[in-house]
Design a protein around this ligand. Structure first.
Ligand SMILES: Cc1cc2nc3c(=O)[nH]c(=O)nc-3n(C[C@H](O)[C@H](O)[C@H](O)COP(=O)(O)OP(=O)(O)OC[C@H]3O[C@@H](n4cnc5c(N)ncnc54)[C@H](O)[C@@H]3O)c2cc1C
Length: 310
């Protein structure tokens, strides 16, 4: 039976949702072992043990693993792969920082952002910014995979009772050190796991107009806020708001695109949303081709009206 090792992404206190999708993907390959690495991580390891589908939790405790430095984590994982057939990480910023290093250490080809498991070594994954889906079969002895979170249901975070075992790794590789983190505080739902996303584009003019127009609607809906790259590049919002090929991939129940034209690179990040609503004054805007509900209107009239009505 295939033994899979899943990277548990956490912030030292709780597990990030994207891990749960990676567990679902890993369970389709075989027995799931969850790797929790960090410092003072007993609580996180216990949380991982409760995820349905996890058969074992491997806990790598140590200061070297405290801040997820990939230079220290990748050799730990490569060592553990002696007893595993596959390593899966969520295709998050952190997962994408670790997995390629593991692949390089193992001298195998990484399979990125899988959308489905078709067989023991066969997967689908997007290419050309999601415009085509490739079916790929690995010929490597061990698999290194990143998992697109929106493509797999989240494993139940409760119900499991996996044993927790301590594992040791090579520790500090001496290549990098943690200097500190400047973390943006956001009271809103996380963009990649929110049920509703309200996104604004270049049409929002500037940071003040963006906030004054988009925020009231998002507040009313309890939604996360996203943006096109044009809006990010123009400084309306920070770049972790960006949705798209070079931003975040989202698939909420409802995605509201406001003053966004629908460039292919933006669609790559949101076209799997369950219901897409677009507000644009140009009836020929490409966003209307994928929108379930389209409103041809000036957003500066339509959005405040909408916010007042919901
Ligand atoms: C390699 C590469 C990667 C990229 N990655 C990304 C990515 O990850 N995410 C991303 O978003 N883009 C990405 N882009 C950029 C992408 O090609 C587009 O340039 C960008 O998405 C356009 O943003 P926009 O829709 O906000 O702006 P525009 O294309 O300028 O569209 C603005 C829209 O607002 C409408 N509008 C204007 N005024 C009003 C009004 N008053 N009321 C209603 N509607 C109005 C206009 O009709 C227009 O449709 C990438 C590009 C490249 C080359």
């Amino acid at each position: 039976m295939t033994r899979t090792l899943v990277w548990v992404e956490h912030d030292g206190a709780s597990i990030k949702d994207a891990t749960l999708s990676a567990v679902t993907a890993a369970a389709q390959l075989g027995e799931v072992h969850a790797l929790v690495a960090g410092h003072n991580i007993d609580g996180v390891a216990d949380e991982a043990a409760r995820i349905t589908g996890v058969a074992r939790v491997l806990k790598a405790e140590g200061a070297a693993y405290a801040h997820g430095l990939p230079e220290n984590i990748a050799p730990l994982i490569a060592g553990l792969l002696a007893d595993h057939d596959a390593f899966l990480a969520p295709a998050t910023t952190t997962g994408k920082n670790i997995a390629p290093r593991v692949a390089a250490l193992m001298d195998v080809a990484q399979i990125s952002e899988i959308l489905s498991v078709e067989g023991p070594k066969t997967f689908t994954r997007p290419i050309y910014a999601g415009n085509a889906i490739a079916t790929v079969e690995s010929s490597d002895a061990r698999l290194v995979i990143t998992v697109r979170g929106t493509a797999f249901a989240k494993a139940d975070p409760t119900g499991g009772e996996a044993p927790v075992e301590s594992v040791a790794g090579p520790g500090d590789a001496g290549l990098s050190s943690y200097q500190g983190a400047d973390i943006a505080k956001n009271e809103r739902p996380e963009l990649t796991s929110a049920k509703i996303v309200v996104s604004g584009g270049r049409a929002l003019k500037d940071a003040e107009t963006f906030a004054a127009t988009i925020t009231p609607l998002a507040d009313r809906l309890g939604a996360a806020i996203g943006a096109s790259r044009a809006a990010v590049d123009a400084g309306y919002v920070p770049n972790d708001y960006q949705v798209g090929q070079t931003g975040k991939i989202v698939a909420p129940q409802v995605y509201i695109a406001i003053g966004i034209s629908g460039a292919i690179q933006h669609l790559a990040g949101m076209k799997d949303s369950k219901t897409i609503i677009a507000i644009n004054k140009d009836e020929d805007a490409p966003i209307f081709q994928i929108a379930d509900i389209g409103l041809v209107a000036d957003l500066f009239t339509a959005v405040p009206e909408l916010a007042a009505k919901v």
